[in-house]
Design a protein around this ligand. Structure first.
Ligand code: URA
Length: 241
């Protein structure tokens, strides 16, 4: 693998920045200063130091995006997808959105290239918890909220039990699901004669949306967050078995 790609994949710098640092003598491979980042290195064994820091190249990459409205949760080339909000490198690294948010839904979207973990978190039998903030119109009453919690028919499918916290005015709140049918929350509210006018995912698999990210911004997950996701995938699996 090319040295600049290796460095960029760790997330510490772009390829351009890596080339600049190397020209300044700030990159070494196996103890030797390397000034040309086009050289190929063995990514499995190389010991790379970048600006004094030893680099650790992870097998998988995980980022959280604060998804804005107007973007689709797919990797379709040429479409206005969430991938267009991320560096091109990530598409080349075969990253994909872990689950879908509707085009008008905003908030936490996990994007990764860890197929097995995504499968654990999303498989119908192993769904992890997802919490959304919502606004609805007209407001619903507490009886309707309890019915949503118990499960409602959204057109040939009865939803699993969930949690709803309703504001005193009944026009906003939070809902936590363990499944993700197409337009599920919108259809649940529709069954109660109300329309979802705003939907924002606040958490997924134990990971909370980083409130310092503005819509359209992203960051890599911390090691702790990756651990949390892994145990959410494993724990939700155990609950079903
Ligand atoms: N439910 C919906 O209706 N839309 C989403 O984007 C997510 C959950």
């Amino acid at each position: 693998m090319r040295l600049d790609k290796y460095i960029a994949d760790t997330g510490i710098a772009s390829r351009k920045e890596a080339a600049k640092a190397a020209r300044s003598g700030l990159v070494s491979v196996n103890g030797e200063t390397v000034r040309d980042v086009s050289v190929h290195i063995d990514e499995k064994t190389a010991s790379v130091i970048y600006c004094g820091a030893p680099l650790k190249r992870e097998e998988f990459t995980y980022v959280m995006l604060n998804k804005p409205a107007g973007y689709i949760s797919s990797t379709e080339p040429g479409a206005k997808t969430v991938m267009t909000l991320l560096p091109e490198e990530f598409t080349k690294m075969k990253m994909f959105p872990c689950g879908r948010l509707d085009i008008d839904t905003v908030g936490l979207l996990l994007i990764c290239n860890d197929g097995p973990l995504a499968h654990e978190l999303l498989s119908p039998r192993r769904h992890a918890e997802k919490t959304y903030g919502f606004r609805c119109c007209p407001p619903i009453d507490t009886d309707s909220a309890r019915e949503l919690e118990a499960g409602v028919d959204i057109g040939g499918y009865v939803t699993k039990p969930c949690r709803v916290q309703l504001s005193a005015t009944g026009d906003s709140g939070e809902i936590t699901l363990t499944e993700g049918k197409f337009h599920q929350i919108k259809r649940m509210f529709s069954s109660k004669g109300s329309e979802i006018v705003y939907l924002r995912r606040l958490s997924f698999g134990g990971i909370k949306l980083d409130e310092s990210l503005k819509e359209g911004q992203w960051r890599r997950l911390t090691d702790g967050e990756i651990e949390t996701l892994r145990s959410a995938g494993a724990a939700s699996g155990q609950a079903e078995n």
